[in-house]
Design a protein around this ligand. Sequence first.
Ligand code: ADP
Ligand code: ADP
Length: 227
Amino acid sequence: DPMIRLRNVRKVYRTGGHEFVAVSDVTMDIAEGDMVSLVGPSGCGKSTLLRILAGLHDADDGEVRIGTSASTFTPGRDVGMVFQQALLLKWRTILENVILPAEILGLPNREAKERARDLLNMVGLQGFENKYPYELSGGMQQRASIARALVHDPKLILMDEPFGALDALTREKMNLEMLRIWQRSSKTIIFVTHSIQEAVFLGSRCAVLTAGPARMADYFDIVLPLP
Ligand code: ADP
Ligand code: ADP
């Protein structure tokens, strides 16, 4: 049973009498524990596809099934999201930002705090729990937003150009860190990137969308070349 099953998924935006086909015929399966990189030109429907997977949009046509027969899947509870911007609340400390999803879901406060602290350690932010976002660099804020996406222990992590706003050096460091995080958390992760290098380095599989309206062009396993 794949974790995610998409069949001929279509999404049309309707604004002011106009119809715009953003995703037209996307078919793919994603296994539990896969780290899939999603690449394709700007405007080809990558963010739209992520929003469908997050339950923020309904597909207009096709089949979207998430979760295996062994477990139910509730988008609000089982999805963690990371965006290009960290989007931390500036009046909350780093710890208070990271526990936010757990708070919204009404998870026990003490456990959430403990988990948030563990995650902050994992992303290398121990000692920054009580700082405010403006006291951290862009890369550190982004690492906090990754911890926030994991705090409620979601089954699926969706990342929309998570490192796109970072400088090249920070981005390389984050790639290494992300690989470590992924290996430790064994989550199913889908991330959008404009960097082929990043797609190949981080992804275990790579999905390629073609330009508008998006269709699945190819979907392949990444086999790392021998050193
Ligand atoms: P990508 O993430 O690959 O850049 P998007 O999924 O953001 O692509 O957008 C796909 C297409 O749909 C783009 O042409 C975009 O302009 C259009 N689009 C995205 N969101 C909306 C919306 N809310 N209303 C109308 N058109 C939209
Ligand atoms: P990205 O390329 O990072 O996906 P965009 O600049 O395409 O971001 O879109 C940013 C936001 O604007 C998205 O939330 C999208 O839904 C919305 N959007 C994009 N294109 C349109 C559009 N043509 N009409 C209305 N909303 C749009």
